[in-house]
Design a protein around this ligand. Sequence first.
Ligand code: SF4
Length: 287
Amino acid sequence: MNIRVEIDPRSGFCHGVVRAVEQAENYLQYSSRLYSLGAIVHNSVELERLKKKGLEILSIEEVAQLHDDVILVRAHGEPPETYELARRNRLQVIDCTCPVVLKLQERVRETWRRIRASGGQVVIFGKKGHAEVNGLVGQTGGEAIVISSAEDLAGIDFSRPVALFSQTTKDPDEFRQIAARIREERPDAEVYDTICRQVVHRHQSLVEFAQNHSVILFVSGRESSNGKVLFELCRGVNTRTYRVENASQINPNWLQDGDFVGICGATSTPKWQLEEIFIYLQRLGGK
Ligand code: SF4
């Protein structure tokens, strides 16, 4: 088959995930096992690689049973209760909370403390139950209101002040729409666009990348919320966009002679996985 293939130079792990994976791998150079509270990255292939090195994923219930051990907190961060639990159980924490998320937690906490006296509500635009969102809600003693879509706006009391934040990986356009709807009801609402700049830049560059290729292979784990958003973004501008987790899921019928295939991924997709797809396509005749 005569096709051209290119990897998106801007795809690959974001800084926060790179940092967490590096810290886990550094630790595992000197120890045969490390417990991670939740999946360090929403990517089953990368998780398998790390599990072989000794990384074990535990739930919060399992961590509660540990004593005098070491746990890793991933880039998404955790609510204050997790650190209290670690103190009680004498657990050493390798804290890989992304600095961007840490800053966001501080802003949410400070805003909540400031506005609660006047009945204010902190609203977080994010995925309900997502670890980062749980960590943010934890900064408000569980009081923050999480909204995933415009339908959830009914849960906000617009007779009271509102401060809106976003989960770092949400779609910037959707956030703008939600913010506009909130401002219609409450013109003085505080709106903080806290989407990670890496995510925003990736949105912009991916649209161009998807437009400039005849086929897009979008590589990401099914559980990745950033993966879902970016895949839909690519499919919105290029209908020949396919989501895969590894090369075995590629259907050769998706490709035709003369295609220019673009390979890209989510902030939780490592570069090596994109390169594996590239090598596979080269074997099919890609250049
Ligand atoms: S997407 Fe941004 S905020 Fe989230 S972990 Fe990556 S670098 Fe940090």
